[in-house]
Design a protein around this ligand. Structure first.
Ligand code: UTP
Length: 239
């Protein structure tokens, strides 16, 4: 099956830990060996935030800040490409067309950011749309989607399953709140809704969690299941 995996920057390289990057490289190889066609999208993490903060103090405008963030996401993409070594497009794809071509060739493609005004969550959802992925997985630092921001709301509860429309309703107020951290950004949620993308949001601290989720549908995060999509992805039912 065709899968897009979004790996948050703080999950891929907390403190630039090579072991974690290697863990994700191994996880992607394992999925590829099992017959998955893969797109990976990586975030910028704390390094991107440090650059953005420094540039903000230097009065850079929002577009410049986003360009810095994109640069760091592409550095992280290069790190993952280096760790993978083979079976992967050698440079981070900068367009969806380029990424799609690599996937059709049978190579894993790794992307960072694409354009200012969004985050890599939206890149992952757009890539999943572009390549007609059967499954989109967000490996994040949160263990799924909550009813509210768990950082600020003690009553926030983790949801095991919801529809894309419910995801948009939950994310919209979080996305607007200053400093609030939504598990995926609003544009990504809207792309998931319009394309009816089967999606999983899970804790990516352990890269093997992505393998279990993709190969067996087993995880402790949140399933986003399009309305009327009663069937499990064909890959799970074939096994
Ligand atoms: P991230 O996707 O890592 O942003 O991209 P984030 O969600 O804020 O970071 P985490 O997941 O909490 O760690 C880093 C930055 O790069 C820019 C944005 O400024 C974003 O905050 N960016 C990224 C873009 O402008 N466009 C893109 O397509 C991707």
């Amino acid at each position: 099956m065709r899968v897009v995996v979004s790996i948050g920057g703080s999950v891929l390289a907390p403190g630039l830990d090579p072991e974690r990057v290697e863990g994700f490289a191994d996880a992607l190889h394992e999925l590829s060996d099992e017959g998955c066609e893969l797109g990976a999208v990586v975030g910028g993490g704390s390094v991107a935030r440090q650059y953005i903060q420094a540039a903000r103090e230097l009065s850079a405008n929002e577009f410049q800040l986003d360009e810095l963030g994109i640069g760091v996401t592409r550095l992280n993409a290069r790190l993952l490409i280096a760790a993978m070594g083979y079976g992967v497009q050698r440079t981070p794809a900068t367009t969806y067309e380029e990424a799609g071509e690599a996937v059709r060739r049978g190579d894993t493609t790794v992307m960072g950011g694409v354009t200012p005004g969004q985050t890599t969550d939206a890149v992952a959802a757009a890539l999943a749309e572009y390549v007609d992925a059967e499954l989109l997985v967000f490996a994040t630092s949160a263990d799924g989607v909550y009813t509210a921001d768990p950082e600020t709301d003690d009553g926030a509860e983790q949801l095991s399953q919801l529809t894309p429309a419910e995801l948009v309703d939950i994310i919209a107020p979080m996305d607007r709140g200053a400093g609030a951290s939504a598990p995926v950004d609003l544009l990504a949620a809207k792309l998931i809704e319009r394309s009816g993308l089967r999606t999983i949001v899970l804790d990516g601290t352990n890269p093997e969690a992505v393998v279990d989720a993709v190969l067996h549908g087993e995880h402790t995060g949140t399933d986003i299941v399009p309305t009327g999509d009663a069937n499990e992805p064909t890959y799970w039912t074939q096994r």
